[in-house]
Design a protein around this ligand. Structure first.
Ligand SMILES: Cc1cc2nc3c(=O)[nH]c(=O)nc-3n(C[C@H](O)[C@H](O)[C@H](O)COP(=O)(O)O)c2cc1C
Length: 223
């Protein structure tokens, strides 16, 4: 059975980084960075969906995911700029909960990440207004196919001549930083003797993208 180091780490994030790396290295999961992300609208009504946690800044203390700013989650974050995330790795018997305020990533960071995405995903970001109503899925697929034909598909070994003009990031698509002010580490135990530690710290706003985090405080919780 896995247990947390004793004494408890002062900062939970290096451990989270290690776990993310260990699950990725195990090769057992297609997306080891899958995170359930909860947001709430202005009335406090919650909604949850999966996203990919694409970057963890251990030094500053934020987690980054990417999406369409006009999607339901984007609109909810406009109204209520806080979110909660949960990751679970069955093979490690580990659950991690993340909470805090959310801000959009700096544009240059979103540009840099967008440029690394497969061409088809970049084209999809041009074609799909995520979470807007869609009358005709076949028509959407046709538009997608036509746009791929117009802009060029990803070059492959079979068709290395594919590709085409650079596809820039649309302004409505980009990253969010979930600044971590609450983190819970949960390790599965025998007879449900799960080991739980909740970490909290105070965040003070520095600028549009940045918070300054105080020292982490930790508290064990009953299973
Ligand atoms: C494993 C998995 C990973 C996903 N990753 C993302 C992601 O990183 N960004 C994203 O916008 N949607 C992602 N999605 C789709 C979302 O779950 C969701 O359908 C979409 O973002 C629209 O959500 P919304 O209407 O609440 O904004 C993912 C779905 C799954 C199942």
């Amino acid at each position: 059975m896995r247990t947390l180091p004793r004494p408890l780490p002062k900062d939970p994030l290096p451990l989270l980084e290690q776990w993310l790396a260990a699950v990725a290295a195990s090769g057992q999961l297609r997306n080891p960075n899958t995170m359930a992300l909860a947001t709430a609208d202005a009335q406090g009504r919650p909604a949850v969906r999966m996203v990919l946690l694409k970057h963890l800044s251990v030094a500053a203390g934020f987690a980054v995911f990417y999406t369409h700013y006009g999607s339901r989650k984007g609109r909810e974050l406009d109204a209520n700029a806080r979110a909660a995330g949960a990751l679970y790795w069955e093979e490690l018997g580990v659950q991690v909960r993340l909470e805090g305020p959310v801000v959009r990533s700096p544009e240059a960071e979103s540009d840099a990440y967008f440029a690394t995405r497969p061409r088809g995903s970049r084209i999809n970001a041009l074609v799909s207004q995520q979470s807007s109503p869609l009358e005709d899925f076949d028509a959407f697929l046709r538009t997608m196919r036509e746009t791929v034909e117009e802009l060029g598909a990803e070059p492959t070994e079979a068709s290395p001549e594919a590709g085409g003009p650079a596809i820039g990031r649309p302004a409505y698509w980009g990253g969010y930083r979930l600044w971590l002010e609450g983190v819970e580490l949960w390790l599965e135990g025998i007879d449900r003797c799960h080991e739980r530690v909740r970490y909290e710290r105070t965040l003070t706003r520095d600028d549009a993208w940045t918070f300054c985090g105080g020292a982490w405080r930790s508290q064990r919780l009953q299973p």
